[in-house]
Write a protein of this length. Structure first.
Length: 65
């Protein structure tokens, strides 16, 4: 699992997806991202799952929903 909260980090990380899949056949790629960063990988067939971590919403501790 790879986790980022900034769009730039997410964009830069996409260059390692293909090498990871070649080096580890059968592996699954998952990202833990902010809601905005998740849009970068929406629909990417190489990514099995994109998990959303929303620090300003439901994941903001006692202040969260």
């Amino acid at each position: 699992m790879i986790g980022f909260s900034r769009i730039g980090d997410t964009v830069l990380s996409t260059c390692v997806i293909d090498p990871l899949l070649r080096a580890f056949p059968g592996c699954s790629i998952r990202f833990l991202l902010s809601p905005l960063s998740a849009e970068v990988l929406r629909g990417d067939p190489r990514v099995e799952e994109v998990l959303i971590y929303d620090r300003s919403g439901r994941h903001s501790g006692l202040r969260g929903r």
